[in-house]
Design a binder for this molecule. Structure first.
Ligand code: PA5
Length: 413
């Protein structure tokens, strides 16, 4: 964005105080208060699972899985881990569950069932089916040792079942809602199993908090939260498109959409969170972005470059007209495409914001540090932004409606 908006820093300060004092605001102190004991236990249990399993099936929906999946895919852990993660219980698709069961055939596996309430239908159905497969493979006693439940520490159906069957458990702290829970055992345990440096995620979050919330006048986080509200309130932009040039960020986008959508979309207002992966989507949504309805603003995400990118090879007598690109790294080409896209969309009347998260030490550019930073950045910006809209960032009364209708159709008593 070229224009500077006036930010009410006193209000920003008050909203941060409100987060701190909110009974559902415990995620805000995780970066500095993460329990060393919990951290050790996560790593110990993760090492055990890694030793005896080729797969960990993470069963959960919404905030109970999107954070872990976002980081898993962004870091490309699937390519390096000894124990792969599979994500189940995030739909009601029998096809998808069959696919997962097929993939597990002939492999050792464990289950991490994640549900704060312990009563959500999608994960509960998937858990029944996968638990049955686990018992068939290992017998009752060994199967119970291969189930890790992440749930409410005090009550709920999953809590009670875990207690009765002696599952290993981790807590979803009562003061943290699903979509703010990625930096608890909800996200950290499966990620630790997959070989993620989970300390780096927390360190990144800590760095974000220190750098962004010490001097609010210098804070990109505050600028982002207030600018998006300004664009909504003053410029009739009710759609925000999160844009990046890395396909591995697809699930980061999904996590971000859930965070903002469930936090802000209330009382018939809020910014609709959408996302694109360029340059793929320049060939599908590019036309709309350039020239469609102007109720959109666009937020670009940029990370450090990977250290050893592919380069365009030199080929004699090639007919593809790419001589001018020979020897140049793909990162340079992608960078230029990003700058060009911002320029084009600016000139098409779209307000664009860019968030750059750099970790120059990282080989891959996208690292635990940069993702931890960004997770805390968006969580805090989202809570502030929702409060600017005058809604509670931490509840989700609207998602109950479809459940009521569905349970009545299914004959639940
Ligand atoms: O952010 C949220 O609170 C929701 O997305 C929940 O995480 C999701 O509905 C799953 O709920 P539960 O963990 O109780 O199964």
């Amino acid at each position: 964005m070229n224009n500077k908006i006036d930010i009410d820093y006193k209000l920003a300060d008050e909203l941060i105080e409100k987060i701190k004092n909110n009974p559902m605001g415990d995620w805000f102190t995780l970066p500095e208060n993460f329990s060393a004991h919990e951290f050790r236990r996560i790593k110990e249990v993760a090492a055990r699972v890694r030793d005896n399993s080729d797969y960990l099936v993470c069963i959960g929906i919404g905030g109970s899985y999107l954070g872990a999946r976002a980081v898993y895919e962004a870091l490309g852990l699937d390519d390096t881990t000894k124990c792969k993660l599979l994500f189940a219980g995030n739909s009601l698709s029998s096809r998808e569950l069959k696919r997962i069961l097929k993939e597990l055939e002939g492999h050792d596996f464990s289950i991490n069932v994640i549900s704060k309430s312990g009563t959500t239908l999608e994960p509960a159905v998937a858990f029944r089916i996968l638990k049955q497969a686990l018992i068939e493979k290992y017998g009752e006693a060994e199967a119970m040792k291969r189930i890790i439940a992440t749930t409410d520490p005090e009550s709920g159906a999953l809590h009670d079942e875990a207690k009765r069957n002696g599952y290993e458990t981790f807590d979803v702290p009562s003061g943290i809602g699903g979509r703010y829970s990625v930096l608890t055992a909800v996200g950290l345990f499966p990620l630790a199993v997959a070989g993620c440096h989970i300390g780096g995620l927390i360190e990144g979050a800590r760095h974000c908090k220190e750098s962004q919330l010490t001097n609010l006048q210098e804070s990109m986080l505050i600028t982002y939260a207030f600018t998006r509200f300004y664009l909504y309130d003053q410029c009739d932009c009710d759609v925000e498109v999160l844009a990046s040039f890395e396909p591995c960020l697809l699930y980061f986008n999904e996590w971000w959409k859930q965070l903002f959508g469930e936090s802000e979309g209330k009382n018939k207002q809020g910014i609709f969170p959408a996302s694109v992966i360029y340059s793929t989507d320049l060939h599908s949504l590019g036309q709309y972005m350039q020239d469609g309805r102007r109720n959109i603003f666009e937020t670009f995400l940029k990370f450090s470059h990977e250290k050893a990118p592919l380069t365009v090879p030199a080929i004699q007598d090639a007919l593809d007209g790419l001589g001018y690109l020979e020897g140049r790294p793909m990162t340079e080409i992608s960078d230029k495409a990003l700058t060009a896209t911002i320029r084009a969309h600016d000139s098409g009347g779209i307000s664009t914001l860019t968030i750059e998260v750099l970790d120059p030490e990282s080989e891959q550019g996208i690292s635990e540090l940069s993702l931890g930073f960004l997770i805390f950045f968006f969580e805090t910006a989202c809570a502030i932004s929702a409060m600017l809209h005058g809604v509670d960032p931490f509840n989700q009364p609207g998602v109950e409606n479809y459940k009521k209708e569905m349970f009545s159709l299914l004959g639940k008593e």
